[in-house]
Design a protein. Structure first.
Length: 479
């Protein structure tokens, strides 16, 4: 019994010693990196063996491995084999008789280790790029085998490296959109004239109440427009608005006569220097009354607002009758109604075209005189990210709020400035418009939403966007 027990203890000790012993002595230093070239991943590196020693009968197999973060995907690059003196001869025989381990038989390099000398071996390889490699880890598997190919040690060394590829940082290509030119820049200026008329009369009386001062304002307005050398005046409209205390039919007739009376005065004053004046009835100014009541402090303000906003009245005459029942009606009649009786004067004109240098100044002093195309040229005359470029693009959207190109160009500027969220906010209302999907794809990629980015790039490809395929390739790492 004692002999058997001693034999078992000796066997256990031998096995434990084998498991605990160093597979090789010393350390191996690794220096390796990964580069993405086109749709390939290139491994270039080396293992410094200077500080390690290998037993004469040992074989060390080094295998670089690129492994996904979750461990579900991996690529093994070609192995390299380092052998001790005796193991070198044995490996040659195994290879000759095709009995070597697969990783040794298919190794990229073989090297005999001369302990104590400075030696190294290259670690090279390549593989196709796959999206999972973006956050992959690079390790080297160290596998030590003894004289009979028996395993003596197995381990891994992680090799830090710069992240291989991040789609959020790819150089996506976005294009500015040149707006269409305006053949003629038709613009308008407006002025509200509060001419006082006697009850139910349409005559313009210079000396009645404050008419002299009001007519001077009309003169100043017309003169300012006419004297602008950049304008060619081609239209003048006088639109008569009424307060709602009488019937609609009465107000329409009276307002039209008062507008025509003012037109006659102006035609006599300016003669042929004005285009033919057109007059029309603008309606009872309920919007003006609503604004006046809303900001007032009258006792029954809420009830007045309810009547003005209600849809229960068949016509505005009935609405007016309801207002007359209010205790504040007399106050409204005296304080609010006079300013509703106005003549809105519109002067239309064609603005001349501006050179780029002129437009750079006009965009700050009179931006309404520029076309969208002129504003775009001003913007593009400044470098990417320049405050003046951003000012011009923002001004474009302010004066052309319905412009698709204006939103696209401002979104591109926002994206290039690093504000992908702003680009998305600008373009979300325009989904379906040409040129939008590609920019949204790039913006969502910057935000890290790669699934949505891919969907938008594919949509842009279907829409014929010239840059979409290139951007999709960048997202997927195909370039």
């Amino acid at each position: 019994m004692k002999r058997i027990k001693l034999t078992l203890i000796t066997l256990f000790a031998a096995i434990a010693g084998l498991a605990a012993q160093n597979a090789y002595e010393g350390v191996i230093s690794y220096n390796a990196g990964l580069d993405k070239v086109g749709n390939k991943v290139i491994l270039k590196g080396a293992a410094d063996l200077s500080n390690m020693s290998l037993n004469t009968s040992q074989m060390l197999i080094l295998t670089p491995i690129l492994r996904s973060e979750d461990g579900t995907s991996r690529v093994e690059f070609p192995s390299v084999v380092i052998t001790g003196r005796n193991r070198t001869k044995a490996l040659k025989r195994e290879i000759a008789f095709k009995s070597a381990l697969p990783q040794a038989y298919n190794a990229a390099q073989y090297m005999r280790r001369h302990n104590g000398k400075s030696e190294g071996i290259a670690l090279n390889g390549e593989c196709p790029y796959a999206p999972w490699m973006m956050n992959a880890k690079l390790v080297v598997r160290e596998e030590v085998r003894g004289c009979a190919k028996c395993p003596m040690g197995l381990g891994e060394n992680a090799i830090p490296f710069t992240p291989l590829f991040n789609p959020a940082e790819a150089p996506y290509v976005l294009a500015q959109v040149t707006p269409a030119e305006e053949v003629e820049k038709h613009r308008e200026s407006h002025f509200d004239a509060y001419i006082n008329f006697k009850v139910d009369k349409a005559d313009v009386l210079n000396d009645y109440r404050n008419n002299r001062a009001e007519l001077q304002k009309v003169h100043d307005f017309i003169t300012t427009v006419k004297s602008n050398a950049n304008y060619s005046v081609n239209k003048m409209i006088i639109e008569g608005f009424a307060s709602p205390e009488a019937s609609i039919a009465h107000n329409k007739s009276l307002s039209e006569r008062r507008a025509k009376s003012l037109a006659t005065v102006l035609e006599k004053q300016y003669g042929n220097s004005l285009p033919k004046v057109t007059t029309k009835f603008g309606g009872e100014d309920w919007a003006g009354l609503k604004a006046a009541v809303d900001k007032s402090g009258i006792a029954d303000r809420d009830r007045a607002m309810e009547i003005i906003n209600s849809t229960q009245y068949a016509n505005d005459d009935l609405r007016e009758q309801a207002l007359k029942q209010l205790s504040s009606y007399k106050y409204m009649l005296n304080e609010f109604y006079p300013n509703l009786r106005r003549n809105s004067i519109t002067m239309g004109y064609i603005v001349r075209d501006y050179t780029l240098e002129e437009a750079r100044g006009v965009i700050k002093t009179a931006p309404q005189e520029l076309s969208e195309a002129e504003m775009f040229r001003v913007a593009m005359s400044y470098p990417e990210g320049h405050p003046e470029r951003l000012f011009a693009l923002n001004t474009t959207l302010k004066y052309f709020p319905a412009s698709v190109t204006g939103r696209i160009n401002l979104a591109v500027a926002a994206f290039n400035a690093g504000d992908a969220q702003q680009a998305i906010a600008l373009l979300s209302p325009l989904q379906g418009e040409k040129g939008v999907s590609n920019i949204l794809g790039a913006a969502y990629a910057r935000m890290g939403d790669f699934q949505r980015a891919e969907a938008y790039f594919k949509k842009a490809i279907q829409e014929g966007d010239a840059n979409a395929q290139q951007n999709l390739d960048l997202l997927l790492g195909n370039k």
